[in-house]
Ligand binder design. Structure first.
Ligand code: GLN
Length: 449
């Protein structure tokens, strides 16, 4: 109880948790103690974790950081959080995030900004990245040993980079999406965020695996991820994609990238130049596909089935829908619903949505072609270090540009990881990004390690 109180007290000034779960944590910690004493403990017995509040947790309020789910208490547990629980983990609470995981700075949460434990020049408060900003901040501040994140276009990797921690988005289908509140179903993937690569490997082992309750879950063996961490990269070819060297890329990001290649070379890898020609189309493609799917997924919040209902006297059904959705969704969520509805509408479907699907296939093919020349790909995770609050929140395009290096792997469903790799000129953490072949998390983890 003392440890719990100390942890949540440290988390409050950073606004990491939306829901604190002291009773449940104590119950799980006691169960872990008993299992340890009886010799029946799982691999995560007693390990304190935070769960991003996009994962449904049985009997515990789940918000997706939106007012529209006000009062929603799921009667079921997401498969990923159930797997962690099965292995003995202790949940300290539900972590803050961008509303419905839409954002790159955690500024779209209905429960307020999460603050990055790292400070900028003159002590300025910085964003922790998003959407898994509660997760990144809580891990970076050593409040939890690890956390779950979800990554649709970068939401594990970008906040990991902004807070100096590690995070991996596994192959699409590795972790079950069952019980995770849907954003863009063809892209959403859960993964771990932790201090280092080894902790990520251990957590991923527990989180992933086939689940018949998710139709896109992959029924394929899961290797021993921790055993893959040899640090020996002899025989491995690491690709450096020319198209990621973008105009106006800060010199320090470029320098970090070169250092990363040199480290991998020192560990025995061969560095090869590769080309991913459709890279520059990835961001616009993502910002068509993801809102399209979101507009469909978020149609279920109608004031009837979940949480909030705003029904003025004498309201018609349509009035009730409108009032509920107007009051329940935040600005960014509404923007995505409008973009998504627009690109799916009869007059624009072919020009935007179908076109984006075709470009998505080309982006995936770029990677397929690249695998004949390399076994993993190294890029920066983000174009900059963490930025101050408000710096990009009025300019959606500037905000979306944060995802320029992370969305291609999401569109192709590939495993990708951010590892802490250095500091910028003002002493803020920067990440390097490794992308792997489908189902080859082991190589990504070992290269990151
Ligand atoms: N920042 C991206 C977006 O806003 C990615 C979010 C995510 O991966 N959940 O859509």
């Amino acid at each position: 109880a003392t440890a719990y109180n100390a942890a949540v007290a440290a988390a409050r000034p950073l606004n990491c948790f939306i829901v604190e779960t002291p009773d449940l944590a104590l119950e799980q910690a006691r169960a872990a103690d008993e299992a340890l004493a009886a010799g029946t403990a799982g691999p995560l017995a007693g390990v304190p974790l935070g769960i991003k509040d996009l994962f449904c947790t049985q009997g515990v309020q789940t918000t997706a950081a939106s007012k529209i789910l006000d009062g929603f208490i799921p009667p079921y547990e997401s498969t990923v959080s159930a797997n962690l629980k099965r292995d003995g983990a202790v949940m300290l609470g539900k972590l803050n995030l961008d509303q419905f995981a839409m954002g790159s700075s955690n500024e779209t949460s209905a429960f307020g900004n999460v603050i990055n434990p790292w400070r900028g020049p003159n002590g300025a408060q910085l964003v922790p990245g998003g959407s898994s900003g509660g997760s990144s901040s809580a891990v970076a501040a050593r409040i939890v040993a690890g956390a779950t994140g979800t990554d649709t276009g970068g939401s594990i990797r970008q906040p990991a980079a902004f807070t100096g921690i590690a995070g991996i988005k596994p192959t699409y289908g590795r972790c079950s999406r069952w019980g995770i509140i849907a954003f863009a179903s063809s892209l959403d993937q859960a993964g771990p965020m932790a201090r280092d690569v080894r902790d990520c490997a251990i957590l991923l082992q527990s989180m992933c695996g086939f689940d018949p309750k998710d139709s896109t879950s992959l029924d394929t063996p899961v290797p021993d991820f921790e055993a893959a961490l040899t640090g020996d990269l002899r025989g491995l070819r690491i690709g450096i994609p020319a198209e990621y060297r973008m105009d106006g890329m800060p010199a320090e990001i470029d320098a970090l990238w070169r250092h990363g290649a040199a480290w991998l070379k020192d560990a025995g890898a061969e560095i090869v130049d590769i080309s991913l020609p459709h890279t520059r189309h990835a961001l616009p493609t993502y910002y068509i596909v993801a809102p399209a799917e979101a507009s469909s997924n978020l149609a279920r919040y109608d004031g009837v089935r979940y949480g909030l209902r705003v029904a003025p006297d004498q309201a018609s059904l349509i009035d009730m829908y409108e009032e509920t959705r107007a009051a329940g969704f935040g600005r960014e969520v509404k923007r995505r619903i409008m973009i998504g509805t627009y690109v799916l509408s009869a007059g624009f479907y072919d020009a935007y949505y179908i076109k984006a699907q075709k470009v998505r296939a080309l982006i995936a093919r770029d990677f397929e072609n690249a695998w004949s020349r390399c076994d993993a790909i190294l890029t920066p995770t983000t174009p900059s270090a963490a930025f101050p609050f408000g710096a990009k929140s009025d300019d959606p395009i500037a905000m979306y540009l944060n995802d320029v290096f992370t969305v291609p792997a999401s569109l192709a469903g590939l495993p990708a990881m951010s590892v802490p790799a250095g500091l910028d000129a003002s002493g803020l953490p920067l990440g390097l990004h490794l992308i792997g072949r489908p189902l080859d998390e082991a190589t990504v983890l070992n290269a990151g390690y």
